[in-house]
Design a protein around this ligand. Structure first.
Ligand SMILES: Cc1cc2nc3c(=O)[nH]c(=O)nc-3n(C[C@H](O)[C@H](O)[C@H](O)COP(=O)(O)O)c2cc1C
Length: 227
């Protein structure tokens, strides 16, 4: 492969749609935050966001980029701005259809959770409830709201103030991602599961210095060095 074989795209010349297509194709797989919020009247909103990741550990923080819709804020963005609170529920294979359906544009004041019959559980420290089917739910309080670039995108950085972990995926010490079966988002209308899991020894000690334990029985882990 030589330099001439590659397609060069000057990103500075892309319009919003082309840049979106390019970035969601290149940055894959993306975890999905299935976010619950409440509006001023207590109406529960649920929507998925894959421009999302954890961004800090001390304290634990995560960030979600929410784009505007025809120049106005999406319900999730408006609710977080108004209440300062949200819950991130991890989307899994078991909940993929309901999570995907929440991506539809419901009118403000209409609860996706109610419309789609999504079972909820109360949170402990924030008003937005948790999605019961999700094996990991994180209660968050907003830390910073940052308008990005030309103003289409806004980054919501939240501090995780509580984790709720199902015994199906948590043994009291570690979260078992193979058992969790998270779904991720690819470019276009595609999702992906975990696929093959590769194991390599840790090269640096993680915070706390502890290593990692063997995966659950029945989970295929590739330890072969193929390079
Ligand atoms: C899997 C998936 C991932 C999505 N990721 C994002 C995202 O990262 N940012 C965003 O603004 N919209 C994203 N969307 C679109 C929103 O979910 C959609 O606009 C939704 O209607 C917003 O709901 P709300 O107005 O109730 O907040 C995604 C949709 C799906 C199905």
């Amino acid at each position: 492969m030589t330099d001439n074989d590659f397609t060069f795209v000057d990103a500075r010349e892309l319009d919003t749609a082309a840049a979106y297509r390019m970035v969601i194709g290149c940055v894959v797989p993306r975890p999905i935050a299935w976010v619950t919020t409440v509006d001023g009247r207590g109406c529960v909103n649920a929507a998925p966001f894959s421009s999302y990741n954890y961004v800090a550990t001390t304290p634990p923080m995560l960030a979600i980029n929410i784009a505007s819709r025809e120049g106005t804020e999406k319900d999730t963005a408006r609710n977080i701005r108004e209440t300062g609170e949200f819950v991130v529920n991890v989307a899994t294979e078991a909940s993929m259809e309901a999570m995907h359906a929440c991506g539809e544009n419901y009118a403000p004041g209409v609860s996706e959770a109610e419309a789609l019959g999504i079972a909820l559980l109360p949170s402990r420290l924030v008003k937005p409830p948790r999605i019961a089917v999700s094996p990991v739910q994180m209660e968050c309080r907003i830390d910073q709201i940052i308008t990005l670039g030309k103003g289409v995108n806004t980054l919501f950085i939240g501090e995780i103030i509580a984790f709720h972990l199902s015994p199906d995926i948590y043994d009291g010490k570690r979260v078992d991602s193979a058992k969790m079966r998270p779904v991720s988002r690819l470019g276009g209308p595609f999702y992906a599961g975990l696929g093959e899991i590769f194991h390599r020894p840790m090269l640096q000690r993680p915070p706390g210095g502890e290593g990692w334990v063997a995966p659950a029985a029945g989970v295929a882990v590739n330890t072969k060095n193929t390079s």
